[in-house]
Design a binder for this molecule. Structure first.
Ligand code: GP9
Ligand code: MN
Length: 633
């Protein structure tokens, strides 16, 4: 046996192995940006500090076999936590949060995606666990680590001192790290994945208690902000344009604006949508941003229904599905609208069954309403073309006027498609995800075209307005190399990354004749007031954070959920203020901080954005809408 008592203690070997592995994964598996040596250094030490902190506890365990067991299971559980984060990260470019863990029912449905997110070399991440397992099993009584009390105290004191040192460095590198919850990557890179998870647990419990202590006084801040900053008396020319008409809202899965009016292998990617843009009955918003976070599609639904921001962690559909809201389906009841959602997935996914009830939808046509078999499904489920085809009979039988939401599915990661459904060939880059994205986007484009035809044939087209919105991005920053190749850019800068968050937004009003392309900045937060006004519904009593897209006097910015923003003139992200027109750097973090706030152009907007997001959070955390009587005022 190589490792004997008197040589290196087992917990030290375990710390070294586990720390090294964790560092390797941080550095090369996660896409963590490191700007200076200090960040490199902190990232290097924190895996060892965390591993030592926990494995060092083992010195207090007297019985050999128990101590070995403790070390073994610490290694295994620690590895599983890292691995789960890694798989999650490959899909979401983010780390797991506690609310997400309670989305158990989603995990089952994610089955296919999860497998495709695992790589064969992932088994290597368990090698150190196996080594320790074998060592501890073989080391039985012959090799024992016996520690005098002074040693034990020393080990624990040292591990705590190292942790304090790590936190101290982190605080220097990133002031207020613990008070700002915006950015998980900062937390992980400064204090490590495990300390981040502890931080997340504490934060989550805080959120839970917030509701208990909230009272209606807090509502005043929100109301005051909305009255002064958001609302105004201007009425759009389109107010009432869709009064009494049906609304057909299509949530187009994972489509980003960069595919619009573009070609791949010399083929148009979205011929139908491109034609729709030129149609005189269509308003197309070319600078429309998604504002979703971890809740993806459900976040986009939440924003559209409520004109509130989703949460920076977890999916608000899950975490706050028991709140009271004043959602669009409920409001349009005053004009006798019937509302229904069509989505061929199981009804509990994203907690939709609960949230749709809270939002006051009258009916949810879930997967039970569809005939789904091997030939008509791919990837996540029923193919979009079959989905629209099967939906039309239900739509025809709805009470009119209706508000209907269609959520497509085929253009979902990992972008699988059967050969017979493929009209264009994949792209050719180092990212299969991006390569396969184009044919599935094209398939979705065709399915929407067919849906338009079906609507005409069913006699529903003329009396409806049709809204198409991309729910969120489909290609994450993990594929930036391939993306830069497609966009023919040298690299994807943080500015480009923000511009890639644009998703298509169409409002098609048959017979209207005044449609045009609108370049003003816009976002999902604006959809609710816009639609309500088009339906001729006054929103003076409602509480919301967006603006009618057809009025002049609008907020000058679109806030992304992580605190980044796009204003008329600037794009702010990663602490840098860019010129929106050309992507040139205007201000860096150093002259953006509070001391020079007076000279900064981005700082005032940044503060406003932070305030707005925190007020929206306050409303949700405190469940404050339960204190509002919307009918009364
Ligand atoms: C699931 C579908 C996709 O029902 O809406 O959800 P996403 O993963 O995009 O949030
Ligand atoms: Mn989606």
């Amino acid at each position: 046996m190589v490792f004997k008592r008197g040589n290196i203690p087992l917990y030290v070997i375990a710390t070294a192995l586990f720390g090294l592995k964790t560092y390797f994964i941080y550095r090369f598996m996660f896409n963590i940006s490191l700007d200076n040596f200090m960040q490199e250094f902190i990232l290097f030490i924190n895996p060892f500090v965390s591993a030592f902190l926990v494995l060092g506890i083992s010195v207090w365990i007297k019985k050999d076999s128990r101590r070995m067991k403790f070390i073994r299971y610490t290694m295994l559980i620690g590895t599983l936590i890292i691995f789960a984060n890694l798989v999650f990260y490959r899909s979401f470019t983010d780390f797991i949060t506690i609310p997400q863990l309670f989305q158990g029912s989603n995990a089952g449905d994610l089955g296919n995606s999860i497998l495709s997110l695992m790589k064969f070399y992932d088994v290597l991440f368990f090698v150190d666990v196996v080594i320790i397992w074998v060592l501890t099993k073989k080391m039985k009584p012959a090799v024992k680590d016996v520690y005098p009390r002074s040693n034990k105290v020393f080990v624990t004191a040292l591990s705590l001192a190292l942790l304090a040192g790590n936190f101290f460095l982190a605080e220097i590198e990133r002031p207020q790290l613990f008070t700002r919850a915006f950015d998980r990557e900062y937390l992980v890179k400064n204090i490590g994945l495990f300390n981040y998870h502890i931080y997340d647990i504490v934060l989550h419990s805080k959120v839970k208690s917030q509701r208990v202590f909230a009272d209606d006084n807090e509502l005043k801040d929100v109301e005051e902000y909305i009255d002064t900053i958001i609302k105004n008396d201007e009425q759009s020319e389109l107010f009432g344009v869709a009064e009494g008409k049906n609304v057909i809202f299509i949530s187009a899965e994972s489509i980003q604006s960069f595919v619009i009016n573009e070609e791949v292998n010399g083929q148009e990617i979205t011929p139908f949508m491109n034609r729709l843009i030129d149609d005189e009955d269509t308003y197309y918003f070319e600078n429309f941003y998604h504002q979703t976070e971890q809740g993806k599609t459900s976040d986009s639904e939440f924003i559209v229904e409520n004109s509130l921001y989703p949460l920076s962690r977890g999916a608000v559909y899950f975490t706050h599905g028991q709140n009271e809201y004043h959602a669009l389906p409920e409001i349009i009841k005053q004009k006798d609208y019937y509302s229904a959602v069509f989505h061929a997935n199981n009804r509990s996914f994203w907690n939709r069954d609960q949230m749709y009830e809270v939002a006051n939808y009258d009916h949810f046509f879930d997967e039970e309403a569809y005939e789904i078999n091997d030939t008509n499904s791919v990837g996540w489920g029923l193919k979009d073309k079959d989905y629209f085809e099967q939906s039309i009979k239900y739509l025809q039988n709805l009470e009119e006027p209706f508000y209907s939401k269609f959520i497509t599915l085929t253009n979902h990661f990992p972008f699988e498609l059967d050969d017979e459904d493929r009209s264009i060939e994949p792209y050719n880059s180092n990212s299969n995800t991006l390569n396969n994205y184009f044919p599935t986007v094209r398939y979705m484009d065709e399915s929407i075209e067919e849906f338009f035809t079906l609507l005409e044939e069913a006699g529903l087209y003329e009396d409806s307005i049709i809204v198409i919105m991309g729910d969120h991005d489909g290609i994450s920053a993990n594929h930036n190399k391939a993306m830069s190749m497609f966009l023919e850019k040298e690299e994807i800068t943080p500015y480009d990354q923000i511009q890639l968050q644009r998703v298509p937004f169409f409002i098609h009003i048959p017979g209207h004749g005044e449609g045009r392309v609108i370049s003003d900045i816009a976002g999902q937060i604006d959809v609710k007031p816009t639609l309500l006004h088009m339906l001729g519904i006054d929103t003076a009593n409602d509480l919301y954070f967006g603006n009618d897209l057809f009025i002049e006097d609008r907020k000058e910015y679109i806030a992304l959920r992580n605190g980044d923003f796009i204003s008329d003139d600037f794009v702010y992200t990663t602490g840098v203020c860019y010129d929106r027109a050309n992507g040139e750097v205007i201000e860096t973090e150093s002259n953006l901080d509070t001391d020079s706030a007076t000279e900064s152009v981005c700082q005032p907007i940044k503060e406003q954005v932070e305030k707005e997001l925190s007020l929206s959070d306050k409303l949700i955390y405190g469940d404050l809408l339960r204190f509002v009587n919307f009918d009364e005022e």
